[in-house]
Write a protein that binds this ligand. Structure first.
Ligand SMILES: C[S@@+](CC[C@H](N)C(=O)[O-])C[C@H]1O[C@@H](n2cnc3c(N)ncnc32)[C@H](O)[C@@H]1O
Length: 220
């Protein structure tokens, strides 16, 4: 799907986005970042600020290419910039960390996003990218089916049919001035009541079945 089609879909869902997202997995995405309270942060593709709301940092800029999403994010965050992930309009070397969760698979040119991120990060700054685990794409298909039969909190049809190609993103990061520090997978069972079981399972071989992949990359 083309970039402007995604943009239209996200503009169209902005008003009710917080009603269709899955709170537990959103919270788990946030928990996969280690941010310090004094970090200067940029969130890319922040939607309504549904991840931002967990972040306490005073130096935080939210950004999204959907103007309607930006308007909603403004209810939760002070600084919101409407821009594409592929053209970040900030000075070089200003951010300690960049958070980009569930966005990379919408980008027509993820390399441009990674290059831009490298420019605006300070030396040794960190880029966090999360994506739904492509190997667990069948869960996404089950979710689409449940949505069709009217089960709530099953997201909306955003047009995406596949997620991040982990190997490709790793290569792009490594060839654009990043060192991969860690790749982790979380949320084996997508239920808040299974939190304890998830914490245990995530430390075992079942980690590979985690629904959320987080890449932590440091600017060299
Ligand atoms: C699935 S939502 C993720 C929201 C939030 N980050 C989270 O993890 O729940 C994807 C967001 O990325 C934004 N987005 C998609 N493509 C983008 C692009 N090229 N530039 C900036 N934002 C983009 C969409 O408008 C949408 O708000």
């Amino acid at each position: 799907m083309k970039t402007n089609e995604y943009q239209k879909r996200f503009d169209g869902i902005a008003e009710t986005f917080d009603d269709v997202i899955h709170f537990y997995t959103a919270q788990k995405r946030y928990e996969s970042f280690d941010v310090r309270s004094d970090d200067i942060l940029l969130e890319v593709g922040s939607a309504t600020g549904n991840i931002t709301k967990f972040i306490q940092n005073k130096d935080l800029i939210c950004s999204d290419f959907s103007f309607e999403m930006c308007k909603k994010a403004k209810e939760k965050a002070t600084e919101v910039v409407c821009c594409s992930a592929e053209y970040l309009p900030f000075r070089n070397a200003v951010f300690d960390k960049i958070i980009c969760t569930e966005v990379i698979y919408y980008l027509s040119n993820p390399e441009l996003f990674i290059k831009n991120s490298n420019n605006v990060l300070k030396e040794n700054g960190t880029l966090f990218i999360t994506s739904t685990n492509q190997e667990m794409v069948f869960v996404h298909k089950i979710r689409n089916f449940l949505r069709k039969i009217g089960v709530s909190k099953m997201y909306f049809d955003d047009g995406v049919r596949s997620f991040m190609d982990e190997k490709r993103v790793k290569l792009i990061l490594q060839s654009n001035g990043f060192n991969i520090e860690k790749i982790s997978k979380r949320v084996i069972l997508p239920f808040k009541s299974m939190e304890k079981a998830n914490k245990i399972l995530e430390k075992t071989f079942s980690e590979k079945f985690g629904l959320i992949v987080t890449i932590k990359a440091a600017k060299l």
